[in-house]
Design a protein around this ligand. Structure first.
Ligand SMILES: Cc1cc2nc3c(=O)[nH]c(=O)nc-3n(C[C@H](O)[C@H](O)[C@H](O)COP(=O)(O)O)c2cc1C
Length: 240
């Protein structure tokens, strides 16, 4: 039997593997694979995931059972089997893409119906099998890091509710630079790869490496916006 760690990554981008988010995710998985992890990526936008209707079946009728028979059953199995999880997502209106949110809402079925009050907050009693470590990867079009405040808070609360443990979070603003000027971000991207390697090989990521991955690469947000305007105008011209 293989003893390699299983990493289950979920990329919420509606552009799936063609998007900017995948570029950062690939760097992380490259590092994890170099430490012999088995990595799998799921794109919620490619799966059949029906939105939770809050019908109450999993609460009041059949705990742990959802009335829908779609791809969520196998997704939950993969989440539960994994040793580590990665949630990679673009920022959409300061939040996550709708298919990612649909998937997360459906995780409600994995939680106990009953609650407890702990440190000023209400939590579902735990029913998730493992307390996996989680990596969060976010990309945003805007150049300022403020773009990540809202999505980061939401995901951190999701982790809290699910009983998962945050191991590292990576933010990549002005995401077009991942394609337009990868050299500018090379230190940050190498640190993301190193994080993947460290997490699998050592079970944790060095804080300095996380800091390096999140090191600022934009001196002048307004200049980036001017570049973005030029880019859009050129693309419109080319598409005429
Ligand atoms: C519907 C939609 C909403 C967006 N909202 C924001 C936003 O609120 N803030 C931001 O900085 N970028 C926003 N963006 C830009 C994306 O976050 C950015 O381009 C991201 O890197 C796309 O990742 P992907 O190529 O992996 O899909 C939005 C993009 C879309 C399609």
């Amino acid at each position: 039997m293989s003893t390699s760690k299983k990493i289950f990554a979920i990329n919420g981008s509606h552009r799936s593997e063609k998007g900017f988010t995948q570029i950062v995710l690939n760097r992380f998985l490259k590092g994890a694979a170099s430490a012999h992890a088995y990595c799998e990526v799921l794109y919620p936008s490619r799966k059949k995931i029906i939105a939770c209707e809050s019908c109450g079946k999993c609460l009041f009728e059949a705990p742990g059972v959802c009335k829908f028979n779609d791809d969520m059953g196998s997704i939950i199995e993969k989440i539960e089997e994994a040793d580590m999880l990665v949630f990679a997502s673009p920022v959409y209106f300061d939040s996550m893409p709708s298919n990612m949110k649909k998937m997360i809402d459906r995780l409600r079925v994995t939680l106990d119906a009953f609650f407890e009050f702990r440190e000023g907050r209400t939590y579902h009693l735990k029913s998730i099998k493992k307390k996996q470590k989680v990596i969060l990867i976010f990309t945003a079009g805007n150049p300022e890091r403020e773009s990540f405040v809202s999505i980061s808070r939401v995901f951190n609360r999701i982790l809290d509710n699910m009983g998962w443990e945050l191991e590292g979070e990576f933010h990549f603003p002005a995401s077009h630079l991942l394609v337009a000027d990868p050299e500018l971000l090379s230190t940050q991207l190498e640190a993301v790869t190193m994080s993947g390697q460290q997490l699998v090989a050592e079970g944790k990521i060095n804080k300095n490496v996380i800091e390096l991955a999140n090191r600022e690469y934009i001196d002048d947000p307004e200049m980036i916006l001017r570049h973005m305007t030029q880019m859009i105008l050129k693309m419109r011209e080319d598409n005429k």
